[in-house]
Design a binder for this molecule. Structure first.
Ligand SMILES: [Zn+2]
Length: 169
């Protein structure tokens, strides 16, 4: 059975014939977007009416503002010129389907081993509450300028619409 990666290499050799060399220019993003790695979020830039070159898209499982997301946000806003930050969680996220403890137990059982990392999987139960928490984590970071708006949203995978999550007063 041939691998998916081998298939992508064959496809790429053909598809690249139509590649626009202009896309190789240095990037000039206007906005940084943190969202989930879920495949249903892959077209989020188009769903927001932005051009591909407008956005740095930072993705991980569960739309988590963790150390690595912060690293990317600091570089996007200080080095590349992004002026605003959007955090986009979504409905039906896989991270709603288990608790961190359940996942750790499962992995210990499947592998027969304990592991030092990841310390957390960042599962959650309420996308809105979770988004508020991620906004706070980004907003409070000393290397993310107060001039950079940080706003959070939940993307509905059934309708394609965003609902803004407003911070608590
Ligand atoms: Zn997700």
């Amino acid at each position: 059975m041939s691998s998916i990666i081998d298939g992508t290499l064959t496809a790429n050799a053909t598809i690249a014939s139509n590649y626009d060399p202009g896309l190789g220019k240095p990037p000039a993003p206007r906005i940084a977007i943190v969202t989930c790695a879920d495949p249903r979020l892959t077209n989020i830039v188009q769903m927001l009416g932005l051009a591909d070159g407008d956005a740095d898209v930072i993705r991980n499982f569960g739309t988590v503002i963790d150390e690595d997301a912060i690293r990317s946000l600091v570089l996007s806003t200080h080095l590349l010129g992004s002026k605003e930050i959007m955090i986009i969680n979504h409905t039906d996220c896989g991270m709603l389907r288990f608790t961190d403890g359940e996942m750790e137990d499962r992995l210990r059982q499947e592998t027969g081993r304990a592991a030092i990392a990841p310390a957390r999987f960042y599962s959650f139960t309420d996308p809105e509450a979770n988004t508020k928490e991620q906004i706070q984590k980004a907003r409070s970071h000393p290397w993310i300028s107060p001039d950079v708006p940080v706003r959070g949203f939940v993307f509905d995978v059934k309708t394609g619409r965003l609902t803004e999550v407003l911070p608590d007063r």
